[in-house]
Structure formats: C-alpha cells, structure tokens
Design a protein around this ligand. Structure first.
Ligand code: HEM
Length: 196
C-alpha cells in the first residue's frame, strides 16, 4: 500500500494544477463577470471531460482522506507552530472541499449552471452572507498557508504565502460580493436561498 504522505504529495501536485486554474478563474472576475465566464468555459473544456473530472474528484477524495489520516496519526508527536499550522489549514481545506464539491455536484444535478452566479448567490442573501464570507475567505487563505507549509522552506516562505493568500482571498470574496465590478445575480440562483 502507498504511504499516506506519498499519496498526499502526488495527488496534491495533480490537484494543484486544477486549483491554480480555478483560483485564476475567480481572479478573472476582477475584469468583469463576462471574463470569469469566458475563462471558465475554456477551462471546462478540459476538466469537464468525464475521465479528467473522474480523476480530479478521485484526487479530492484521496487528498482529504490521506491528509486526515496523517492529521490523526501525528497528533501526539506534532511539535511547533508550522506543523500545527499545516495540520489546521489542511483540516479546513478538507472540510471546505467536502462541502464545496457536494454543493457543486448537487447544483448541477438540480439543473443549475455552476458558474460565477452560483458561487456568488449566497453572498447576496441575508443571513447566508455571514456563512459564505468566512467560508470562501478561509478556503483560499488556508490553501495558500497549507502550500507554503508543504514547501518546508521555513517561516518566511509560509508568511509570504499566507500574505498572498489573504490578499487573493480578499479580492475573490470582494468580487463575488459585487464590491469590485457590478454583479446582478439572476433570480434562479437567489431562489436556492429563499425561505419557506
Ligand atoms: C472563493 C473560492 C472558491 C469559489 C468561489 C469556488 C467556486 C466554484 C465553482 C463555481 C465551481 C463549479 C465549476 C464549474 O461548474 O465548472 C467549483 C468547483 C470546484 N472547486 Fe471551487 N471555488 C473556490 C475555491 C476552491 C478551492 C480553494 C478548491 C480546492 C482546494 C476548490 C475546488 C473545487 C473542485 C474540486 C471543484 C469541482 C470541479 C468539477 O468537478 O467540476 N475550489 N468551485
């Protein structure tokens, strides 16, 4: 059997390619929602291929499972700030991914195009915004912290990655909220959050 750490590093490298495109896709919204949609249409031609998507989703499951296994197995010998920061950021990314991927697949099964508006709708409805702002912000910030720790190049590198993560997370969340470019959420996405 492959050791969890090897699996985590190999799967993480594959997943990082998708995540880099995915985060860049969200940053494209800084130039307007149409830019976000154009980038997503192009990227989907690759990651929505059934074989590619199956491998991507398998990587997500293996990444979370191997990470949580290491988190638990090393709980008594983990010493110092960086190992704990790596463990805590990884645990949050695993929790986020479980909710995020299920939400995306459920949205698609419900007939929604899971585009910018799908991601942004919750940030335009009260009180859901109270959940979605920290949920998305922490996901992007934790991802950068986790990658910074994984490089094992010391505190300065982790601090640099964390600072970039906080800025990128702030920009993505502000854009989703409509604070950077105008955002008009179509009614069908807002209805998902309607009460009663
Ligand atoms: C603010 C941050 C984020 C937002 C707004 C967001 C939004 C979205 C949206 C709208 C989709 C659907 C894409 C499509 O239909 O083509 C999606 C899919 C996905 N996202 Fe994110 N995402 C964010 C961060 C992340 C992060 C940090 C990760 C990984 C650590 C991630 C992993 C995924 C995965 C694995 C999918 C499924 C791709 C698929 O099979 O179609 N996302 N996300």
């Amino acid at each position: 059997m492959i050791a969890p750490r090897r699996l985590h590093r190999a799967g993480g490298a594959l997943l990082a390619v998708f995540v880099a495109v995915h985060v860049a896709n969200h940053l494209a919204a800084l130039a307007g929602v149409e830019s976000h949609v154009r980038v997503m249409d192009a990227a989907r031609r690759v990651y929505r291929q059934p074989v590619v998507e199956a491998v991507l989703l398998l990587c997500v499951v293996l990444q979370a499972a191997s990470g949580l296994r290491m988190l638990w197995a090393g709980r008594q010998r983990r010493r110092g700030v960086l190992p704990w920061l790596q463990a805590a950021s990884g645990a949050y990314v695993a929790l986020f991914l479980a909710i995020h991927v299920v939400a995306v697949l459920a949205g698609r099964a419900g007939g929604l195009d899971t585009n910018f508006y799908f991601a942004a709708a919750g940030l335009h409805v009260w009180p859901s915004v109270l959940f979605f702002v920290p949920y998305y912000f922490l996901a992007v910030a934790a991802l950068f912290v986790h990658l910074g720790c994984a490089l094992r190049r010391g505190r300065a590198v982790v601090a640099g990655f964390s600072a970039v993560g906080v800025v990128v997370a702030g920009l993505i969340v502000a854009t989703l909220m409509g604070n950077v470019v105008p955002v008009e959420i179509p009614a069908k996405y807002l209805q998902t959050f309607a009460r009663g």
